[in-house]
Design a protein around this ligand. Structure first.
Ligand code: ZN
Length: 290
């Protein structure tokens, strides 16, 4: 056999090996269309967009299907044993990206569901602000506690925080006092918005005038990322609970109960989960950076 013939024979053997390797697993289904073959060819390879085109694909394939297994055999077969099961991190309820919330361990976070008891807050479209605030706050509480934070709630039921008959100022001061007494690292007040114009919708986050907007910015972008709500941004404000808390504080306006569509969302459990998750990730990112 001369060199030319030997070369031809080797080429045919190689091609036959490729075809057999591709078709063998596919023949089981008896449905080896062109797409299946191409899929089988491309599957074990690195993305072809990295360059090399079809040649790269073929060489990668040859290595993965023929050379790789051979090398494994000679290498003692250690890589043929199944790898230990990978423990996946818990999937957040929203299905959003998993973030490392370890930074929250030991942090004291006061969560303040706005209004409650004799003061329902904004009432519109068959929903009360105080109920939505509480529902999301409880979900936020659970996420924060799961991450190891020490969460103090100003209320966990539909009630006033200050003693019965207190003024609005005393009611708000009672919430501020809880934050101060517990030496809170941050204070997070949860509210729903209202406007005479029912077309207005969206989420916004307030921070105390003259103080840092960092926490507000992280929480606001967390909410928008999770909910895709209209982004009404962050703004400085002089609300009582922002003005009188010593630690970094924010007041989240999750959405407008006066907007029919947003009022419906605010009462929806899945949407409430998304808001809570957005606030949670914002808080995590704030502590990661500060
Ligand atoms: Zn409110």
């Amino acid at each position: 056999m001369d060199n030319k013939k030997r070369y031809k024979l080797m080429t045919w053997i190689l091609l036959l090996a490729v075809v057999m390797t591709v078709l063998a697993p596919l023949s089981v289904t008896q449905a080896a269309g062109v797409g299946d073959v191409l899929g089988a060819l491309a599957a074990p390879t690195a993305p072809t967009s990295e360059g090399g085109g079809i040649l790269n694909t073929i060489f990668s394939f040859l290595f993965d299907r023929i050379l790789g297994p051979i090398l494994n055999i000679f290498g003692g077969g250690s890589t043929t044993t199944a790898p230990p099961p990978v423990k996946l991190p818990p999937t957040p309820p929203s299905g959003g990206p998993v973030i490392d919330s370890g930074v929250l361990r030991g942090k004291v976070i006061v969560v303040d569901p706005g209004h409650g008891g004799t003061n329902p807050g904004a009432v519109s479209n068959g929903t009360r602000e105080s109920d939505n605030n509480l529902a999301v706050s409880l979900k936020l509480r659970d996420r924060l506690r799961q991450a190891g934070a020490k969460v103090v709630m100003t209320r966990e039921t539909d009630r006033n925080v200050a003693t019965a008959g207190s003024s609005l100022g005393q009611e708000l001061q009672a919430r501020v006092d809880i934050a101060g007494r517990n030496n809170a690292d941050i204070f997070v007040s949860i509210h729903s918005n209202s406007n005479p114009d029912p077309s207005i919708a969206g989420a916004m986050t307030f921070f105390p005038s003259g103080k840092s907007s960092k926490l507000a910015l992280e929480v606001q972008s967390g909410i928008i990322r999770e909910t895709s709500a209209v982004n009404k941004g962050v703004q400085p404000a002089t609300f009582y609970v922002l003005r009188n808390t010593a630690m970094p504080s924010i007041l989240v306006e999750m959405g407008f109960v006066t907007n029919a569509a947003e009022a419906a969302k605010l009462q929806n459990d899945a949407y409430r989960n998304r808001i809570a998750q957005g606030i949670f990730t914002g808080i995590v990112k704030y502590f990661q950076a500060n």
